[in-house]
Structure formats: structure tokens, C-alpha cells
Design a protein around this ligand. Structure first.
Ligand code: ADP
Ligand code: MG
Length: 676
């Protein structure tokens, strides 16, 4: 590519993930436009993009009402609010030479007759023939026109190597079209191609492309999995004395699902290869104790374990649980977080460098450069989707020894099957699909914010009976002053409105010590009503809190609402979650709240969330460094994804070289971002 394109262009292409000619050839249209026909300007239907053609008469820059390029053509005015000087000159030349403009877009009635604003256009000579087939439209970026990009793509297409990476028997088994022809036909549709099949991506050519993409994703994950699996880790047998003692006197009886997950984890830990397991289970399903058991295996082997959580509050909660459970066994526990003084921090850092058994609990602080472990054998990452790939990689490199630590990732966001078999195909998964016994359900109510007074009454009642309540504010970005103000104002208002009750405030921008203090006051019952932002979303466990009010519930994501609601219903009391919404609700907001109202099943909610938001947002941090699917759609192409998964195993077994070429072709440089 370097030889062919200028650096500025190269940068723009890189933005699109296009680095090699091969990438360009596989940069497929995201839609098609019909430029095979012209529409009479005065017959153009309203609100439908069409192609029209008119003689260019004059072009000038006007300054009223706003700076704009105005092109007068016969029976048509074109307006461009953003334009380059070269465009003005191009149209002036066209006017001088009697050329036509061929424009594609919506025609609207304007002050001077028919108008088009920012149409896609081309200046053409009289009599220039129309294209015979549909025009591909490519995903592009600022400053790179469709025309330029199309030329580059078609150029690359001529040179690209389409040698098929799938053996012929495999193509036959899965009824796949041949690759070269498929790709070409998507860039240059035949004149008789089915528009519908092209647009719906249901043609055999699209099916082949989507299969290849899904296969590449599967292969890349399996290859990454194998590579990591091939590394050496310290086996942590589950026969040690501490583990035995703890299992003999657990604080409660494990659920069947917990026991099963525990067995899977202990089995992995006993292997001389690093575990790479995801432990998923709905909020409150009891993941922490399973993680603690894993950590004990590390301690029994004379090693260290690290437990990391995305927020101070959550990390501190782990610290409390671990201390309660494991300190009686004499297990040393270190606590590393942002709120420590330098001297305290240095002491902990020094401690971790000693080759003695210990469990380190902490936040992002565990990733810091100066933190190194002498004998890290197990890394537990809670709410793994909150951490970036880079951070997890950093953690893996923390151990001094030539050993790779075992990894246990935990997630309370249940992952729908389609996602777990694609984006999480590089992990082994344990699922806790059962709640500890004795939980009372959470009743969900939808209440318009006009009935706030009643809600306050509810809070007073609950607190009079010795219960506690959360009041959650929709602070989406804690870093924005204005955003945070909602929580601060609500706190002030509730302090006034709920005279006689102790109200506390918790948000992400408070100093760590203050957060910890407030959380402690809430868990010991000194604070009765806790006004909070979503910092409480993950993992907070105060069984006595049985009421939650979520203000502006319509602004929250589904998974988030589910997580929030999971903070209550932890005690033996019937709990109530009140979703306050500001009427009137939009269609989508209504649909989302309905899901939360009707379901308490994390998996079902996750599926809906995925459907409403798409995988990009759903995956959160995990997507950084992960190639998202460009062509296949997990929901529509689930069956194809299943076939691709099957094919991946076969291809890896049959022809690893072809498998690698396949991954390079489809993921290329995107693949280099190895997974943690
Ligand atoms: P999460 O999966 O959301 O991290 P936790 O591990 O915080 O859930 O567990 C939620 C609560 O349930 C904690 O108070 C925990 O001690 C308790 N718990 C976990 N497992 C059981 C069980 N088998 N029986 C009773 N209580 C349990
Ligand atoms: Mg948890």
C-alpha cells in the first residue's frame, strides 16, 4: 500500500482498518444505490432518494443565511454547507463548458424551485451513459469520497489474491459459493442481480463472505486459546490443607451450580497450563465464594492470588468477604487501592514482592507499574467487561517467575449464547444459573415521576420498619460536572424531604476514603437512604436494603437496570424496585422498561439488550482489540455461526496453515491485538 497511496490517504484508510490491498478488496459495500435510472426532477417523489440530471448554469458562494455553495442548474438548485474551494471551481468550469450534474439524493421544494441539500453528485459530459448495475456504497470516513474509495477498492480487487482457503469438500458440505466470484459480485453487482438479496445480504455471495468472516473469528479465538493454553502454569492441586478445612466449614451450603463451577475451576487449576475461564452468573448468584475457593488452592501451593474489581466499593466488599472467610484460616490478605498513602502503598508493594503466600485484593491499583508479584499463580478479575484487554494483559505479565498465572474472569452480565460462542470462544465458561436459597423476589413497579410524593411515603414506611433504601440517579458520565449535579441536587432535596431519616450520598468523584466511609455507614445501618449514582451498580451487598428507587429509569441501559435491581432482594424481606420515569415515554424507552418490568431473568434481559443495542455496546471494554463483525449479524446469522464454529475445528485439525492464512486474510492487522 505504501507505494500506491500518499500518507494522508493512508491515514484515512487506516481509520477504516484498511492497511493492505487485501483489506481494500474485502472492504465490502454496506449498501447499494440505484443509479441506473434518472428521475425527472419535477416527478421526484418526496422523501425518497433519486437520481436526477441537470445542466449546470452557475455556481457561487453565498453568505446568507449561512456560508454555502449554491449551484444553479436547469430546474434544480444544489446547496452545500460544507464544501471545498475546489468544488466551487469544478461547478464553475462545468457551467462554462456546458456540462451536467448528476445528483443522487432527496429532491425538496425550495425557494427557487426544486432543491437538493448535500447530494452525492458527479459532473458528467452530455450523453455520458448511465451505469448498468447498482452502485456500491462503502463505509467511509471524513475527507474520503465514495468515488475515491471505490476507485481504490476496484483497483485492489484486480490485484487481490483470492486463493480459496477452504478445501473443496468443506465448501461442498456447507454449500458455500466460491470466494473470488462472491467478492467480485458484491463490489460489482451483475446488471440482473437481485437488489433485495444484495441489500438483505441474503445472496449466496454474502453467505460466503459472512461464513468466512465468522470462521476467521472462530479460528482467531481458537488459535489464541491454544497458544495460551500451551503455556506453562503452576498446577494448583485441590488437595491442600486450607482448602480442605474451608470446604469442611463453609459459611453456607453451596448451590448445585456453585459446586459444579467450583469443580470446573479446581480441575483447571490442577493442570500445568493456565486456566482461562469465565465464571458467569447473575447478580447475587454467589460467585465470590467460588473465587475465594480458587484462591485457597493458590495459597495451599505456597503462591499468591490477586483479586481485582473495577471500583473501590466493590473491591472493598471483596476484601471484607475474603477477610471474613479466610482470615480465620490464617491466610494473609493485602489491600491495594487508590486511597492509600504513599507509605502504605509502598509497604503493600514490598509485601507483594516477597515470595510468600498471600491474597491481594484491589482495584486498578493492582495494574500499576511498580506493582509486581513474586509468585502470582491466580488472577481473579471481577466484572471483567469493565477492564480493557490491555489491563488484563498487564496483569498476566505481573509474575516474576516464568509462569503464566491462571485466570478467572467473572461477569454478572449473562452473555447470550450467540455472543458466548463467538466473542467468548477463546474462554472456557462456567455458569452459575441458580440463586442461593431463601431469596425473596424483587417486585418491580413502574411509576411516573409525577407520583414522587407517594414514593417518598414508601421510603418512610420502609425505614420505619428498620429497612433501608437506595435512590439511584442517572449520572451517566461522572466526569461531567453538570451530570453529577443531578445526584447532588437529589441528595439535597431528599435530605429536606425525608426529615428525621439519615440520607447519604455516594458518587464516583468522592475521595476514596469518603466513599468507603459512606458505604460502611450504609452497610451498618447508620445511613438509611443512600442517594447514589451507578457506582453501586456492581457487587454492593447490603441485605437490609429492600427498596430501590431508580430515577429517570428510561435513561439507563437494560443490563444496567438489571444490575441495579440486583442490589436488593438479598435479604429475607420482600423487596421493591420502583422505576421512576418521566412521561411521556418514547417507543423504545417503553419497550425497554417493559422488558425489565416483565423479566427478572438476567439471560433474557441480556438477549433483549443485545437485540436493542447491538454487540458493540453490549461487549463494552471487551471489544477494544477485538474485531467486531462487519458483515455477519449474530442474530440473523446464528445458524451460520454454528457451522463456522464446527468448520473452525475441522480446518485447524486438517490444515493449520490454511487456517492461519484465512485469519490473516479476514482479520489481518486487527488480529494482532492478542487477547489477554
Ligand atoms: P455475585 O455473584 O453477585 O458476586 P455474591 O458472591 O456477592 O454474588 O453473593 C451474594 C450474596 O449471597 C452474598 O452475601 C453471599 O455471601 C451469599 N451467598 C452466596 N452463595 C450462597 C449460598 N450458597 N447460600 C447462601 N448464601 C449465599
Ligand atoms: Mg460479585
Amino acid at each position: 500500500m505504501k507505494k500506491v497511496v500518499a500518507p494522508a490517504l493512508e491515514k484515512k484508510l487506516a481509520k477504516l482498518g484498511l492497511r493492505a490491498p487485501q483489506d481494500l478488496a474485502l472492504h465490502l459495500p454496506h449498501r447499494y444505490e440505484d443509479e441506473t435510472r434518472l428521475t425527472q426532477i419535477d416527478a421526484a417523489p418526496v422523501g425518497v432518494p433519486v437520481q436526477v440530471e441537470a445542466l449546470v448554469l452557475k455556481a457561487e458562494v453565498k453568505y446568507r443565511p449561512k456560508r454555502q455553495l449554491v449551484v444553479y442548474a436547469e430546474g434544480l438548485v444544489l446547496r452545500f454547507l460544507n464544501f471545498y474551494g475546489s468544488q466551487l471551481r469544478q461547478f464553475q468550469r462545468a457551467a462554462d463548458e456546458g456540462q451536467l450534474v448528476r445528483a443522487y439524493g432527496e429532491v425538496r421544494p425550495g425557494f427557487f424551485g426544486a432543491e437538493m441539500v448535500h447530494p452525492r453528485y458527479r459532473v458528467v459530459a452530455q450523453g455520458e451513459p448511465l451505469p448498468e448495475s447498482l452502485t456500491p456504497i462503502y463505509p467511509t470516513t471524513a475527507g474520503l469520497s465514495q468515488y475515491q474509495l471505490r476507485k481504490l477498492v476496484l483497483g485492489a480487487l484486480e490485484e487481490a489474491d483470492f486463493d480459496d482457503t477452504l478445501p473443496a469438500p468443506m465448501r461442498r458440505r456447507y454449500e458455500l459459493a466460491e470466494l473470488a466470484g462472491s467478492v467480485r459480485s458484491l463490489h460489482k453487482p451483475a446488471p440482473d442481480a437481485s437488489v433485495e438479496e444484495l441489500v438483505e445480504r441474503s445472496s449466496p455471495a454474502w453467505r460466503r463472505v459472512k461464513f468466512d468472516e465468522l470462521l476467521a473469528q472462530q479460528l482467531s479465538m481458537r488459535i489464541a486459546y491454544r497458544a495460551r493454553r500451551a503455556r506453562v502454569a503452576l498446577p494448583l492441586p485441590s488437595t491442600g490443607p486450607l482448602l480442605k478445612r474451608f470446604l469442611g466449614k463453609l459459611p453456607f451450603r453451596l448451590t448445585r451450580a456453585q459446586s459444579r463451577s467450583m469443580a470446573e475451576i479446581l480441575r483447571d487449576l490442577a493442570q500445568p497450563h493456565p486456566m482461562q475461564r469465565l465464571l458467569q452468573g447473575d447478580v447475587g448468584s454467589g460467585k465470590t465464594i467460588v473465587a475465594a475457593i480458587g484462591c485457597l488452592a493458590a495459597i495451599d501451593a505456597g503462591c499468591q492470588a490477586a483479586v481485582m474489581a473495577p471500583t473501590e466499593i466493590l473491591a472493598e466488599q471483596h476484601l471484607r468477604k475474603f477477610t471474613e472467610w479466610l482470615a480465620p484460616l490464617g491466610v494473609p490478605i493485602a489491600w491495594l487501592h487508590g486511597g492509600l498513602s504513599t507509605a502504605e502503598k509502598n509497604a503493600v508493594v514490598k509485601l507483594l514482592k516477597e515470595p510468600k503466600p498471600l491474597i491481594a485484593v484491589g482495584t486498578h491499583a493492582l495494574f500499576q507499574k511498580q506493582v509486581g508479584f513474586a509468585r502470582l499463580a491466580l488472577a481473579v478479575v471481577d466484572e471483567q467487561h469493565r477492564f480493557g484487554v490491555q489491563q488484563r494483559l498487564a496483569l498476566r505479565k505481573k509474575s516474576d517467575a516464568a509462569l503464566v498465572p491462571h485466570q478467572l474472569m467473572m461477569s454478572a452480565t449473562p452473555i447470550p449464547r450467540t455472543l458466548s460462542m463467538t466473542y467468548f470462544a477463546d474462554l472456557d465458561v462456567s455458569t452459575i444459573d441458580e440463586m442461593p436459597p431463601g431469596r425473596r423476589g424483587v417486585a418491580t413497579r413502574l411509576v411516573s415521576s409525577g407520583r414522587r410524593a407517594e414514593v417518598l411515603g414508601r421510603i418512610r414506611e420502609a425505614c420505619a420498619e428498620g429497612q433501608q433504601a437506595y435512590w439511584v440517579c442517572p449520572v451517566i458520565e461522572e466526569s461531567k460536572e453538570g451530570d453529577l449535579q443531578t445526584a447532588i441536587d437529589t441528595y439535597a432535596a431528599l435530605t429536606r424531604e425525608l426529615k428525621g431519616l439519615k440520607v447519604g450520598l455516594l458518587h464516583g468523584r468522592l475521595p476514596a476514603a469518603e466513599k468507603a466511609q459512606t458505604m460502611k455507614s450504609f452497610s451498618t445501618g447508620k445511613i438509611q437512604v443512600l442517594v447514589a449514582t451507578t457506582v453501586i451498580e456492581v457487587g454492593v451487598d447490603v441485605p437490609n436494603a429492600s427498596l430501590m428507587v431508580i430515577e429517570h429509569a428510561e435513561r439507563f441501559g437494560l443490563a444496567q437496570l438489571h444490575q441495579l435491581r440486583g442490589r436488593i432482594g438479598r435479604g429475607t424481606r420482600e423487596s421493591v424496585c420502583i422505576l421512576l420515569y418521566a412521561a411521556p415515554l418514547s417507543q423504545t424507552a417503553r419497550a425497554r422498561l417493559k422488558v425489565i418490568f416483565e423479566s427478572t431473568d438476567g439471560f433474557e434481559i441480556a438477549r433483549e439488550d443485545l437485540r436493542l443495542r447491538g454487540p458493540g455496546e453490549f461487549l463494552g471494554e471487551r471489544q477494544s482489540g477485538l474485531p467486531l463483525l462487519r458483515y455477519a449479524d449474530l442474530e440473523k446469522d446464528e445458524a451460520l455461526a454454528l457451522l463456522a464454529r464446527e468448520a473452525a475445528e475441522q480446518l485447524l485439525a486438517q490444515d493449520e496453515e490454511a487456517a492461519r492464512r484465512h485469519v490473516n486474510r479476514w482479520l489481518g492487522s486487527r488480529h494482532e491485538n492478542a487477547r489477554a
